[in-house]
Design a protein around this ligand. Structure first.
Ligand code: HSE
Length: 440
């Protein structure tokens, strides 16, 4: 019986899920690959804590180098996250002729092509299903399921923590800070939630999907990224009254030689399928030119869901090893040897509709000043509502929806307006996303 040896770097939540699935489903995995998959080594800084997994003596080590340099290991699974030392370890494993499975979206977003090129040099495979959407098989879907089609664009809810927080804010009318604190206490948010709530994790995942959808390499720094920390229950409630939900979206669509790729909180129609995606769930809505709209939904994080995606990658590579092939499915569906450079459309050129909330004193003429500044900057107002009445010179909320306008015009108008003493505090700007932005 052929044995394929796996070395796991990182024995945290997902690593534990991988070990559990390899043990629990050993027979099934043998049927599916024709090989016995052995978890040969696991490296972690903490090898004392029990994870509830039965391991043979000598499997655990504190040295990741022991794994990437071990001649008996066929597949290295990297689950430590972050850029270094993950990058160095993966490159070493590839140089040593080992196949690599990784869930590391930050690394793939910043250094994906370096890793893919290194894999080509030694003729090994790299698989990264768990890097986006946790247990949702979106990577393989884009690489293989869409192989006959052209993707026009996609919208994604790609961060479970943000979606969980926004869902609770929506259901309970609670504010961001209170829900975040509770989410941290319950293990739904990290002690340092910055990457999750400020959209950075979503932008990494968007960049990974963008490469698959459009077959090239974009500069991640050019992806406009805004998180959910300034969203208030007031905005969520007003959006609801207008028939919208607020979601943190990854937005990506092809526009000729440019790609519109951005991450920001968005008002989406409550009838849109993505608006139904609640709690810590993720979903990706993908539009193919021939297949039309498709949607993929599931758990974007967690021990067993993400572990199942990692093990599916191990299975896929094991099948290749058994058949004696590699690089059967190109890492990017376009299969080019050198990546084409993808130009991200500058945010200032993006055209969209806007939800605006002004804090203004309640005096005659305020509304005409606001609408005047918007009009002078080519922004046409769709509707206006003022909430409350206050003559004591404190602020009231004025809500507006605009027709489609250009981002640079909107920002210019806001800058002009915020110089006026009648406006108090920052204006809330949330972009409205009815669907994947049309090419144009
Ligand atoms: N931190 C991520 C999330 C899960 O909240 O969705 C891992 O990608």
């Amino acid at each position: 019986m052929k044995t394929i040896s796996v070395g796991l770097i990182g024995f945290g939540t997902v690593g534990t899920g991988v070990a559990k699935i390899l043990e629990k489903n050993a027979g099934l995995l043998y049927q599916r690959t024709g090989a016995h998959i052995e978890l040969k080594k696991i490296a972690d800084l903490d090898i004392k804590r029990s994870r509830g997994v039965r391991l043979k003596k000598g499997v655990l080590t504190t040295s990741a180098d022991e794994i990437v340099n071990n001649p008996e290991i066929d597949i290295v699974v990297e689950l430590i996250g972050g850029i270094e030392p993950a990058r160095r370890l993966i490159l070493k494993a590839l140089e040593n002729g080992k196949h690599v499975v990784t869930a590391n979206k930050a690394l793939l977003s910043a250094h994906g092509w370096e890793i893919f090129s290194a894999a080509r040099l030694t003729g090994v495979d790299v698989a990264f299903e768990a890097s986006v959407g946790g247990g949702i098989p979106i990577i393989r879907t884009m690489q293989e399921g869409f192989a006959s089609d052209r993707i026009s664009g996609f919208l994604g809810i790609l961060n479970g923590t943000s979606n969980y927080i926004l869902s609770r804010m929506t259901d309970e009318g609670a504010d961001f800070k209170a829900v975040l604190k509770d989410a941290q206490a319950q293990g739904y948010a990290e002690a340092d939630p910055t990457f999750d709530v400020e959209g950075i994790d979503t932008a990494h995942k968007l960049n990974v999907l963008l490469s698959l959808a459009f077959g090239g390499k974009a500069d991640p720094k050019k992806i406009y990224t805004e998180g959910i920390s300034s969203i208030t229950p007031l905005d969520i409630d007003f959006a609801r009254q207008l028939g919208y939900k607020i979601k943190l979206l990854a937005i990506c669509s092809g526009h000729g030689s440019e790609i519109d790729a951005r991450v920001h909180p968005s008002l989406i129609p409550e009838k849109h399928m993505l608006a139904q995606v609640g709690g810590a769930f993720n979903a990706i809505f993908v539009q193919g030119q021939d297949v039309g709209p498709t949607m993929f939904y599931g758990r974007g994080a967690g021990m067993m869901p993400t572990g199942s995606a990692v093990v599916a990658d191990i299975v896929s590579i094991a099948r290749n090893i058994v058949k004696g092939v590699s690089d059967r499915v190109p890492l990017l569906p376009y299969g080019s040897k050198a990546p084409k450079a993808i130009r991200i459309k500058p945010m200032s050129d993006v055209q969209t509709r806007y939800y605006l909330r002004f804090s203004a004193v309640d005096k005659p003429g305020v509304l005409s000043s606001i609408s005047g500044a918007l009009g002078r900057n080519h922004i046409s107002i769709h509707s206006v509502v003022q909430k409350g009445r206050d003559t004591s010179n404190t602020a009231v909320s004025i809500f507006m929806l605009t027709h489609e306008a250009k981002e640079s015009d909107l920002q210019k108008a806001i800058r002009q307006l915020e110089k006026l003493s009648m406006l108090k505090g920052k204006t809330m700007v949330i972009r409205i996303v009815e669907d994947i932005p049309a090419a144009g």
